[in-house]
Design a binder for this molecule. Structure first.
Ligand code: AMP
Ligand code: GLY
Length: 419
């Protein structure tokens, strides 16, 4: 089969590498891909260019399309491709709203009794501000729409919360995504990411993982797209997994079906394990980045088989297996990320196993840095401790000017294991 993967980050590189192992896969095209994706034919069409993507798929007789980034999913790329007769992995526009609108997600959880932080939605700035007067702090202020993972502000005081509301609703720092805001109760507890395959009825969770979102060691510094991940997440015990399946995963998928928004693809549950039980922090309508870079290297089942089962509604008959091992991914970024940074530096990476390129471009035979998160290096091993050690040994062998990475990926997870 000839496959098309939409997107160009480290997550897409991990998807491409996993699909490449499938005996049924012939060519893989990546739109736009990136200069490091040697396993795919990269095509210079952007992930939001819906019409060009459909044209390309038809002219190249694509057998199956994999849509991974949030933007094209929320814009309805799966609908356009399906209408053109091209089977796809990913939710349609009606279902992708679970990530596209935080207000929708919160209302869904409220209606169907799915545990989440208490909240209110506001589309009027003054009403939001007067509500903030009555709150206990901290509170969490979230832009309703997509905001590159940056639309969440934890406000320690009323003043900070009002500033957050104003930046979103008046200054529109996230554009129309800030037309409405969600103000919610601050929760605490360990965070767990669970990606799950679903065909709209059956839910098959993948191995759990832990993201490290802050830029600096010790979870300090600014929020980023993710500086590293480990899997499995030691906080996510079998007992908690069962509880999540019954109180969160299945109820969510059933709720979406009842609402006429059947979700097919990968549903991402961002969970917090609070003292009152697991609660949903956020839903994503897609694979996480960089969670995918630790989850897929542990997957034993053919990824293409699993994906096609979600499209065809045969997930109940498809076994999804993971290795009983651990994985660690360390993101190597350009120093200064997530703010300003220099780019255009040559990357020396003497191996490709477990390397997932993101912000890179080709220049003749060379690879140059071209973004904030440049690449991720993943290692797998029998234990988490060994996987972390091995990932950092690999990182030591990769070099480019101004490279920056966190030194403590997985440390918190190791401490949790010792308890
Ligand atoms: P998100 O972009 O929705 O993943 O949120 C970014 C981060 O903000 C999450 O990973 C949490 O660490 C934090 N966060 C979001 N909502 C809450 C909440 N209600 N209470 C505490 N922390 C939160
Ligand atoms: N790692 C979080 C996300 O993909 O949104």
């Amino acid at each position: 089969m000839d496959i098309m993967v939409i997107g160009g980050g480290g997550r897409e590189h991990a998807v491409v590498k996993a699909l490449k192992k499938s005996p049924r896969v012939n060519k893989i095209y990546a739109l736009p891909g990136n200069g490091g994706m040697r396993e795919a034919i990269t095509v210079d069409i952007g992930a939001k260019d819906l019409n060009k993507i459909v044209e390309f798929a038809l002219s190249h007789k694509i057998d199956y399309a994999v849509v991974t980034p949030d933007d094209p999913l929320v814009l309805g790329l799966v609908d356009s491709l399906t209408e053109a007769g091209i089977p796809c992995f990913g939710p349609d526009k009606k279902a992708a709203i679970i990530e596209g609108s935080k207000a929708f997600a919160k209302e869904l959880m409220n209606k169907y009794g799915i545990p989440t932080a208490k909240y209110r939605v506001f589309s009027d700035r003054n009403k939001a501000v007067s509500y903030l007067k009555e709150q206990t702090y901290p509170v969490v202020v979230k832009a309703d729409g997509l905001a590159l993972g940056k639309g969440v502000i934890i406000a320690a005081t009323e003043k900070e919360a009002v500033a957050a509301v104003d930046s979103m609703m008046q200054d529109r720092v996230f554009g129309d995504s800030g037309k409405s805001v969600v103000i919610e109760e601050f929760l605490s507890g360990p965070e767990v990411s669970v990606l799950a395959f679903t065909d709209g009825k059956t839910v098959k969770p993948m191995v759990s993982s832990m993201d490290h979102k802050r830029a600096k060691d010790g979870d300090k510094g600014l929020n980023t797209g993710g500086m590293g991940t480990i899997a499995p997440n030691p906080y996510y015990t079998e007992e908690i997994a069962k509880r999540c399946m019954n109180s969160i995963f299945l109820p969510t998928v059933r709720a979406m079906e009842k609402e006429g928004r059947t979700f097919k693809g990968c549903l991402y549950f961002g969970l917090m394990l609070t003292k009152d039980g697991p609660k949903v922090i956020e839903y994503n309508c897609r694979f996480g980045d960089p969670e995918t870079q630790v989850v897929l290297p542990l997957m034993e089942t053919d990824l293409l088989d699993a994906m096609i089962a979600t499209t065809n509604g045969t997930l109940d008959k498809t076994e999804i297996r993971f290795k009983q091992q651990a994985a660690c991914c360390v993101i190597m970024a350009s120093d200064g990320y997530p703010l300003s940074y220099e780019k255009g530096f040559e990357i020396n990476c003497p191996f490709s196993d477990g390397v997932y390129f993101a912000g890179v471009k080709k220049d003749g035979d060379k690879l140059l840095t071209s973004g904030g998160r440049v690449l991720g290096v993943t290692a797998t091993a029998e234990t988490l401790e060994k996987a972390i050690k091995s990932a950092y040994e690999k990182v030591e062998k990769v070099s480019f000017k101004n490279a920056y990475y966190r030194k403590d990926i997985g440390k918190k997870a190791l401490r949790a294991k010792e308890k």
